[in-house]
Design a binder for this molecule. Structure first.
Ligand code: VGL
Ligand code: ZN
Length: 204
């Protein structure tokens, strides 16, 4: 898979944030190992003038998904904390669009399609990922990031439901695996739903 295939594509980098990487409060095992593949994809898309979207969990301090509120997760990606920041070694171009999700106290959001475009001046806007992708003339999405069995899965299922040609990059995702095999099951489910699951071969 190479550069010629990305003409109508957008790259979606899902939740590559400190709290989901080793050392974070909801660390995905080996989550940071996908950094070189993600960086290569970001660079290739940017050099080709193709759009890059970063989705980001952006939770308030007492979010409904946290265990103190009866939710399944430890606190993570709390607004204004380092854990909420994107991985510091990732070079994100100025042109990348940032979609925040899970920012309301009582509503969780795994899928990037539930997020809203965050603008430097205006803050969180009304623009969602689907309308933004359509505005970029993208009919194909390459999905990478964390976590395979939660936010990557939900984002890919939503992309398929909206008829995007959906490619999940197998060497640029990692899963939580609360139960053994969750990530493999998620990838099998995505294939069955019509996604291509394939590796990205970095350019030399
Ligand atoms: C995620 C659990 C809770 C994810 C987000 O990004 O996959 N997982 N919040
Ligand atoms: Zn979350």
């Amino acid at each position: 898979m190479g550069i010629s295939t990305i003409a109508n594509a957008a790259l979606i980098v899902v939740d590559f944030q400190n709290d989901f990487c080793p050392g974070g409060t909801l660390a995905v095992p080996h989550g940071d190992e996908i950094l070189p593949a993600i960086q290569d994809l970001i660079d290739q898309f940017t050099q080709s003038g193709r759009p890059v979207a970063m989705t980001q969990d952006f939770h308030p301090p007492h979010h409904v998904s946290f265990q103190e509120q009866g939710g399944p997760w430890p606190p993570h990606c709390v607004q204004g904390t380092v854990g909420c920041d994107l991985h510091p070694d990732l070079k994100v171009p100025m042109t990348a669009a940032h979609f925040y999700k899970g920012f309301s106290d009582r509503i969780d959001a795994y899928s990037g399609f539930e997020g809203r475009l965050a603008d430097q001046q205006q803050g969180i806007t009304d623009t969602d990922l689907e309308s933004w992708l359509r505005g970029q003339a993208a009919d194909t999405v390459y999905i990478v990031g964390l976590a395979t069995d939660y936010c990557v899965r939900a984002t890919a299922l939503d992309a398929l439901a909206r008829s995007f040609d959906t490619r999940v990059i197998s060497n640029a995702v990692r899963g939580v695996n609360v139960s053994w095999g969750d990530s493999d099951r998620a990838l099998a489910e995505l294939k069955k739903a019509g996604a291509r699951v394939e590796p990205w071969i970095p350019t030399a």
